[in-house]
Design a protein around this ligand. Structure first.
Ligand SMILES: Cc1ncc(COP(=O)(O)O)c(C=O)c1O
Length: 404
């Protein structure tokens, strides 16, 4: 031992090297099987690779799975949210109430249509938007509420709908995390509200990139036109044997269509979804069992009236019972070869929104406080039982080593 370059002769105990997995456990890789690979190859070898018969099949099967009145396949959840707001005619001068505890896409789309995002704080147990605070934020300019089913735990939809009905507002649901999730027995996406799902690479069902908008058929008919340049007929309708070359542009729409290559993957992912979900639930249960015994940790809520999609497993640190903060906790897990993430940096802390609307961190005290102690742990169907044990052992070792 040296102090200032001089040997002191005093032996300092060396902390034992942390137990470490041999390989890095990535946070959320997809589970793609031979069926998806074969379907993509089959599509590539076919005469039609963009929006066409496979996309229509995927829409039909997705709608049937969640019990939706209709479904429109798109190239992202962001596209679904944007198209929904545009179809509803929401624009400059309008306000849309949403949550700070979300990915930027939920709020960016409100900016895209020129409306004003109005943030309200979240409920402490689920980190979902708080219906009581929505009611207090409604103004004559409010047109819609955009709740996010955070981590896959459904929002208090009865509470949100009650406010919407009292003020004549539309509810546009961000269900990026919520396939499949149920509220009071019914799948998210089974009602008439516009509901946008994500098939991004890390999601419970992936098409690489992709999304689905479900909702009332009249709304989806308009959204379908807007999602493809505002053209009256899509490519399949124009180029197939029964099609005609003629189309008209009825609105300056977007380029948001899903390709048949993506749909080919989605069809097989959807068929595997019940199996994927059973595995997610099993892993969440193992985490809950282990972490509910650690007084430094708070496990995620699952209210009795919901079925959680378990897209994310967000554990919360009791920082007052630890000598390390969230950043050090994440570093320690990385040192043990466990990948993690944080969902999310609250919207009001991002420079664009902070500066444009003059937000202060404490404006949404629950979101701000909880943000500092949330960590998302790996949770995906291809995790082996040994992987799950490694995460449990690593988390338990870190909190035990640094308990106060
Ligand atoms: C809550 C939430 N909303 C929307 C999105 C956007 O989804 P996409 O990447 O499919 O546009 C995400 C993506 O991760 C998300 O987490």
């Amino acid at each position: 031992m040296t102090a200032g370059g001089v040997r002191t002769g005093v032996a300092t105990p060396v902390a034992p090297a942390p137990a470490r997995r041999r390989t890095f456990l990535t946070f959320a890789p997809p589970q793609i099987g031979q069926a998806e690979i074969d379907a993509v190859v089959d599509t590539l070898k076919s005469a039609w690779i963009t929006t066409g018969p496979k996309t229509r099949t995927f829409e039909r099967e997705f709608a049937a799975f969640v019990g939706a009145p209709g479904a429109l396949a798109l190239n992202s959840c962001t596209a679904g949210l944007h198209t929904a707001l545009a179809t509803l005619g929401i624009g400059p001068g309008d306000e849309v109430i949403t949550t700070p505890m979300t990915f930027c896409a939920s709020v960016n789309v409100i900016e895209h249509v020129g409306a004003r995002p109005v943030l309200v704080d979240v409920e402490p147990d689920t980190l979902n938007i708080d219906p009581r605070q929505i009611a207090a934020a409604v103004t004559p300019r409010t047109r819609a509420i955009l709740p996010v089913h955070y981590a896959g735990h459904p929002v208090d939809l009865d509470g949100v709908e009650a406010v919407a009905q009292a003020h004549g507002l539309t509810v546009v649901e961000d269900a990026a995390h919520a396939i499949p999730a149920r509220y009071k027995g019914r799948f998210i996406g089974s009602g008439p509200n516009p509901v946008a799902f994500s098939f991004y690479a890390t999601k419970n069902l992936t098409t690489g990139e992709g999304g689905m908008l479900t909702g009332a058929p009249e709304l989806l008919d308009k959204a379908r036109v807007l999602s493809l340049h505002g053209m009256s007929h899509d490519g399949w309708n124009r180029y197939s044997a029964e099609g005609s070359w003629f189309y008209e542009v009825v609105a300056p729409g977007f380029k948001y269509n899903m390709t048949d290559i993506q749909a080919a993957i989605g069809i097989h992912q959807l068929r595997k979804l019940p199996r994927f979900q059973a595995r997610r639930r099993e892993i969440a249960r193992r985490y809950n069992d282990a972490f509910s015994r650690c007084e430094q940790l708070q496990i995620p809520a699952e209210r009795p009236e919901v079925e959680h999609a378990w897209h994310l497993y967000v554990v919360r640190l009791h920082l007052d019972r630890l000598t390390i903060d969230r950043a050090q906790f994440i570093d320690e897990l990385r040192g043990r070869n466990i990948g993690t993430s944080v969902h999310f940096v609250p919207i009001h802390l991002h420079p664009y929104y902070r500066d444009k609307y003059g937000f202060k961190p404490a404006d949404f005290p629950v979101a701000y406080r909880e943000y500092q102690r949330i960590v998302s742990l790996p949770l995906y169907p291809r995790m082996s039982d040994a992987d799950v044990t490694d995460v449990i052992d690593a988390v338990t070792a870190v909190v035990t080593r640094h308990r106060r």
